[in-house]
Design a protein around this ligand. Structure first.
Ligand SMILES: [Zn+2]
Ligand SMILES: [Zn+2]
Length: 905
């Protein structure tokens, strides 16, 4: 900014000794001026031209102070800076001096460049040269120097924009408080509106301050709070802030400590990688995740910069999920979309870093306490990813959207085909290599079809290419090292190594989706400004400082409460209801008879004590329930099923739930029913049959072998998890396998059609020869699962295509009908009125007219009409313009009725 000529001029000026005061006037470099004006101003100062001031006041002298105030008043230097009348803008300030410049002379290059936009300055730029240097003594003005002569244009210039109405400080403080309490923006605005009415007497501004809030105010205050509370300066670049928190020069803070791994994005090709695990999270990782199950899943749409957030989770003794690490990374730059922007290798690498880092930290801590400790490495048994939902999304994306009916049909068929292949791959009960091979083979097969379908249209080829791309995606994302955690065989091995049965292996959906929902709905949105996604630096800080501690603290508190409850239960000898539920659901027992004199005796005692209350027969199933009071716990009544399917016979006591043996309650209930049956009025009671231990085991074994079927159906159900936990292990389900499958797959018409059949069908509609499948049959489990009723694929396809359109049609038609009905009523009234008075009022005519107009122009009416035409066309293509019953007559009628009114106007 400073030029050599200028500084030499200063020097010359400084050297002049003719001033009364020792202080000289000089041009401050902070003042915004054009080159020419700068030279002009320097000349004016050098020549001590009129308008150059050098004033000093003795603040102990009353007269001096009065003079000073008068001077400030005359030059508008007493006006506050937020006042619209203030023409001075502060350029520079220290404890002892302030440089102010006339706004009319403040030259910024961008002012001239951006001529399309209205200048943001309060007063227009006219090249005024006025500027002052104000000296302060103890915060009081004691001297003023420099050039105070405004140009003529400056003197007459008027403000060119609204003054800035600052938010009243009281209101701002109030917003801060509410934001800290996590009150939503909408609620804060509502609260403010109330306050303006009640507290400020409907005054939306007081002086130059506003009392009424805007959304932008709240966004700004949120930004200021981020700075104030977390030290995040959102004016800085994200990468710069992250570097400041996590880089090599960062302070050893909690923020840095929580970061296990940080790789900044320096080059375009770099990937930002951050692994977060706070000290407490690491504790949980060792406690619940070491040599145990860990769950992994990604969540999208939590942050800007296309960031991917992966959560590693463990499950505690109460079956609650705890996040032990958050992994944040950017996808490689060539990937545009977040949901497919990673491959399993990246995640795999980051998992290894996570494992090594927490092991190092753990071992360092141990060595410092005990020098003989042996180093251990964190190891998890299995990581699972809920891929199914994402696969479906990917599937849709690869196959595209829209197109004519024929293309839609082809796309639907291919979608069904791929969807079933996924299911088949997942359920393949062989090792990962087989699954990889299976996917590869299917990809090659589809390529063959494309090759054969040489006469197909370009659109058709596009759809098929989409299918190949999906296989590529599948190979890249999931058929890598993470495959073991995804396929059925991997799950089976995981269950085995954990020593639990397969159906008890938690599906990732429940725990992770729960956490995802909690993160997005309760935590992350608190920090969002104006509903924008979080920046990476903000995401990091709020995760470490707020969200993770919150989640863990909440978990601890919930545990404490549960412990207290458990203590009370012990005190009163009450069984934990969740124990019972878990036992019933997870460890369904088959009641079996075993000789036990002790239990027989107890049963007799229960009968003698009149603890057996009554029985009930369920009419629909014929099941017999008996209520038996607990011997030890007062008022605790067990409901026991003594008659029904072997899996239905049960008691609610721990003895039964744990062992499945005929407990004293079951024995007592059986004795009770047996005795009753001797009496004539209870002779209809059935004879009870109980399984032997061997029989019970056989039944259990059969149940277990059927389980995988149920599991498959759950994992493939459009991501709807609610059924998997509740019914999956419920003993009621065991005979209704087919039924539950039908229920589950209502949404998917092809679910019971093996992929091979769909492929055949697809080849048929493409008009190409059938490809022999023999080479693939070995790896395709679908072959062995052939079902008796294969649906008519073509029919289902057509119905799937039209289903949605029909639904839309029905909705819009019913809307139109509703309007018509209303009009009919209006017409009837009108006719009646007409008959009575023999004339129609202009107002009624007008009303009816506008009603009818509304219908004719309504979107729903047009849609309905259009759709009817389209559908009619596709059914009878030759009768293109034939009127269609149901819709057109209404319009004709409407027109007929309209005519008389036109005449009357
Ligand atoms: Zn001026
Ligand atoms: Zn019992």
């Amino acid at each position: 900014m400073q030029e050599p000529t200028m500084s030499s001029m200063f020097y010359k000026n400084k050297g002049r000794g003719s001033y009364k005061l020792s202080i000289t006037t000089k041009l401050n470099s902070h003042v915004f001026l054009t080159k020419e004006n700068r030279i002009r101003l320097i000349n004016l100062l050098n020549n001590d031209a009129p308008g150059v001031v050098k004033l000093q006041w003795d603040l102990s002298n009353k007269e001096h102070v009065e003079n000073r105030d008068q001077f400030l008043y005359e030059n508008g230097l007493d006006i506050k800076s937020d006042d619209i009348r203030c023409k001075w803008s502060i350029r520079y300030s220290t404890q002892t001096m302030v440089i102010k410049q006339c706004i009319c002379g403040s030259y910024r290059e961008k002012n001239i460049e951006s001529n399309s936009r209205v200048s943001a300055a309060r007063y227009p730029y006219v090249g005024c040269l006025a500027f002052v240097k104000i000296s302060l003594c103890n915060n009081k003005i004691c001297a003023i120097f420099e050039y105070l002569e405004h140009s003529e244009q400056s003197k007459i210039s008027q403000p060119q924009r609204d003054p800035i109405y600052q938010l009243l400080l009281y209101v701002k403080k109030n917003v801060e408080t509410l934001l800290n309490l996590n009150v939503s923006t909408a609620d804060i605005l509502a609260q403010n509106a109330k306050m303006v009415r009640s507290v400020f007497g409907k005054q939306t501004s007081i002086g130059n301050s506003r009392t009424l809030l805007t959304t932008i105010d709240i966004t700004n205050i949120k930004g200021q709070l981020l700075q104030k509370n977390w030290g995040i300066n959102i004016k800085n670049d994200t990468a710069k802030n992250l570097e400041q928190f996590l880089g090599p020069d960062a302070n050893q803070s909690e923020l840095k400590e929580a970061c296990l791994h940080y790789q900044p994005r320096i080059k375009e090709t770099d990937r930002l990688e951050i692994i977060i695990s706070t000290r407490e999270q690491q504790k949980c990782a060792w406690k619940y995740g070491h040599q145990n199950l860990i769950l992994i899943d990604g969540t999208f749409g939590v942050s800007k910069n296309k960031l991917l957030l992966f959560i590693i989770m463990v499950i505690d003794e109460n079956n609650k999920g705890i996040p032990i690490s958050f992994i944040i990374f950017t996808p490689p730059s060539q990937n545009r979309l977040t949901s497919s922007g990673y491959d399993s290798n990246i995640l795999e690498q980051l998992l290894i870093i996570f494992r090594d880092r927490i092991s190092t930290i753990y071992n360092q801590n141990h060595f410092s306490k005990n020098q003989n400790a042996t180093a251990i490495t964190f190891s998890h048994l299995i990581a699972m990813t809920n891929t199914d939902v994402k696969e479906r999304k990917a599937l849709l994306k690869q196959l595209g959207r829209g197109g004519e009916n024929n293309i839609v049909l082809q796309r639907q068929t291919l979608k069904a085909y791929l969807s079933n292949l996924l299911k088949e791959a997942w359920s393949t009960d062989s090792d990962e290599d087989m699954v990889r091979k299976f996917i590869k083979e299917k990809k090659e097969l589809l390529k063959t079809i494309i090759y054969k379908a040489e006469n197909a249209s370009n659109e058709t080829k596009k759809v098929l290419d989409g299918g190949v791309r999906f296989f590529t995606y599948l190979e890249k994302q999931w058929a890598g090292n993470l495959l073991h955690s995804w396929c059925f065989n991997g799950q089976k091995r995981a269950a085995k190594s954990l020593g639990i049965s397969l159906e008890k292996l938690p599906t990732t959906n429940n725990h992770l989706e729960e956490l995802n929902a909690y993160l997005k709905n309760n935590q992350i949105n608190r920090f969002q400004r104006n509903n924008h996604l979080l920046r990476a630096d903000v995401l990091y800080v709020v995760l470490v400082n707020e969200i993770i501690p919150n989640i863990l603290a909440l978990r601890n508190l919930v545990n404490e409460l549960e412990q207290e409850k458990a203590e009370r239960r012990k005190e009163f000898n009450i069984m934990d209801p969740s124990d019972r539920k878990i036992l019933q659901q997870e460890f369904s027992q088959i009641a079996y008879l075993a000789p036990s004199p002790k239990r027989d005796e107890s049963a007799k005692r229960l009968l003698q004590m009149n603890k057996v209350i009554n029985y009930e027969i369920e009419q629909t199933t014929g099941k017999v329930f008996v209520q038996v009071e607990s011997e030890t716990t007062l008022h605790l009544v067990y409901t026991i099923c003594v008659y029904g399917q072997p899996t239905e016979i049960c008691c609610q006591c721990l003895d039964f739930l744990q062992k499945g043996i005929m407990c004293k309650h079951l024995c007592a209930a059986a004795l009770y029913i047996d005795e009753l049956r001797q009496q004539e009025q209870h002779a209809h009671l059935p004879e009870m049959i109980f399984a032997t231990h061997q029989e019970a085991q056989n039944i259990r074994r059969n149940l277990c072998t059927n389980k995988p079927e149920i599991l498959i159906s759950h994992t493939n159900d459009n991501g709807d998890d609610d059924i998997s936990d509740e019914n999956g292990t419920n003993s009621d389900d065991e005979d209704t396998d087919d039924e539950s499958n039908n229920q589950v797959h209502n949404n998917n018409n092809f679910i019971s059609a093996p992929s091979n059949r769909i492929l055949n069908y697809m080849e048929r509609i493409l008009g190409i020869q059938h490809t022999p499948m023999t080479m693939l049959s070995a790896s395709s489990p679908a072959q062995t699962q052939s079902r008796p009723n294969t649906p008519d694929v073509a029919g289902l396809n057509a119905s799937a295509v039209y289903e949605q359109e029909f639904q839309d049609f029905l909705v819009s038609t019913s809307k139109s009908l509703h309007i018509l009905q209303e009009n009919l009523k209006a017409l009837e009234n009108l006719v009646q009125f007409n008959q009575e008075t023999e004339q129609i009022s202009i107002k009624d005519q007008y009303n009816l007219m506008s009603h009818l107009c509304n219908i004719a122009t309504s979107e729903s009416f047009k849609n309905a009409q259009q759709l009817t035409n389209v559908m009619h066309e596709s059914i009878n293509p030759q009768k293109r313009n034939a009127p269609i019953a149901g819709i057109l007559p209404l319009e004709q009628e409407k027109k007929k009725r309209r005519l008389p009114f036109y005449k009357s106007y």
